[in-house]
Write a protein that binds this ligand. Structure first.
Ligand code: NAD
Length: 375
């Protein structure tokens, strides 16, 4: 039985999942600076007063936990993840992984030194739609994929103030230049490129035109070049006034393509050559025609009530499984660092006319001079 402590209210997203795995995991502690969040934890999770903490360090020192879900604002992620690892706890951490390049190296070093599991909670990789497309990719139905797109358009302007006081998002999400929240756009697309990695990025923006004094770009377009030479383009847009569309993806391969829905009755669709019709890629078909490609565990429906079509369940299941087997999960610290570094390097790129920035190779044990930001 893995005992989990949650830091930050966003961690409630795992509550339903954990309830569905009563033999494997339970939530035994909650930490949040806000008293009302702790009250909510008592109601939602059934925790007692002594299982609720306002101070993170107190939870680490005193709670009966094997693992921590770090769901506080992003500027605390690396510090709190490292503290948990050093206290001998496994970590599942919300997006993004960190807010400076140095932090990403500290995090990798701490994970390697601790021998504990670190999982990046990039939940968009777990939606049923993304899972179907990934399975079709693996089965070669799109041929060789050479281009992908991801878009996160989510007007978050209402979240920058709370009771007249700027929130963390005023600074770290929308007060920061570049594509500062890129991993929902990148993760699901990058999973279609196997172990290819991002080696170079270039970010452009139309500038800052919002009327409420946010320093962030209205939106950014970032081109990512992969080691293979293939391309991924992402749009991150948390300021523009427009309907939400947080899960737009497209991929293009040698046998066909996929495009997610963008709104107003649109549906997710694919166009792929088939064995009996080499030109079948000329016609769109709804992605639902390929639901049979959904992984078996999603078909079984064991976690499908847990939110995001079951995604919130399977991400926790993979975390618990990683702890049990001692094998780092697919969404490991190296991917967390690589995908997060796109945000951090995009700041330098966008403020320097879209200058191409080299992405360090986080996955290998590189010499020190390979870990620096190159201009
Ligand atoms: N994966 C997703 O789909 C998704 C969705 C929303 C948010 N997030 C991520 O989750 C994180 C939190 O976002 P949110 O929307 O819940 O923010 P929020 O501001 O609504 O909540 C943050 C909570 O953390 C608490 N907190 C702040 N500092 C703390 C500290 N040092 N110790 C303990 N508690 C502390 C606050 O009291 C608050 O309850 C962010 O990193 C965000 O990027 C991810």
């Amino acid at each position: 039985m893995i005992k989990i402590g949650i830091a930050g209210v966003r961690g409630f997203s795992i509550v339903e999942a954990v309830k569905r795995m009563p033999d494997d995991a339970c939530i035994t502690a909650m930490c949040d600076l806000s008293e009302s969040a702790l009250e909510e934890a008592k109601q939602k999770i059934g925790l007692s007063d002594s299982q609720c903490y306002r101070i993170y360090e107190d939870m680490l020192a005193n709670a009966d936990i094997d693992a921590v879900v770090v769901s506080t604002p992003m500027q605390f992620h690396v510090q709190q993840s490292i503290q948990a690892l050093q206290a001998g706890k496994h970590v599942m951490c919300e997006v993004t992984a960190g807010v400076t390049m140095d932090e990403l190296w500290w995090l990798i070093e701490a994970v390697e030194k601790s021998g504990k599991i670190y999982m990046y909670a990039e939940n968009y990789c777990y939606t049923p739609e993304v899972q179907i497309v990934r399975a079709m990719t693996k089965a070669g139905m799109f041929g060789e994929i050479y281009y992908g797109e991801g878009e996160y358009t989510h007007d978050c302007r209402d979240l920058v103030m709370h009771n007249g006081v700027p929130t963390w998002r005023h600074y770290w999400q929308m007060g920061t230049r570049g594509a500062f929240y890129p991993t929902h756009s990148l993760g699901p697309v990058m999973q279609c490129f196997d172990d290819d990695r991002i080696v170079e990025i270039s970010t452009f923006s139309p500038g800052c035109h919002n009327a409420i004094g946010l320093r962030g770009d209205d939106l950014t377009q970032t081109m990512c070049r992969l080691a293979s030479g293939k391309l991924v383009k992402i749009r991150v847009d948390t300021i523009s006034p427009r309907p939400h569309c947080m899960t737009y993806y497209s991929i293009q391969g040698t046998k066909g393509c996929y495009e997610a829905a963008r709104g107003l009755g649109d549906v997710a669709k694919v166009a792929v050559a088939t064995e009996d019709n080499g030109k079948a890629y000329e016609q769109w078909r709804p992605l639902s025609d390929f639901e049979y490609m959904l992984p078996e565990r999603y078909k079984s429906g064991e976690g499908n009530e847990a939110g995001h079509g079951g995604g919130d369940y399977y991400i926790v299941a993979d975390f618990i499984n990683a702890i049990k087997t001692g094998e780092q999960p697919e969404l490991n610290v190296y991917k967390a660092a690589e995908w997060t570094s796109v945000a951090l390097l995009s700041q330098l790129s966008v403020t320097n006319g879209g200058r191409a920035m080299t992405v360090p190779n986080f996955r290998k044990n590189m010499p020190y001079d390979e870990k620096i930001i190159k201009l």
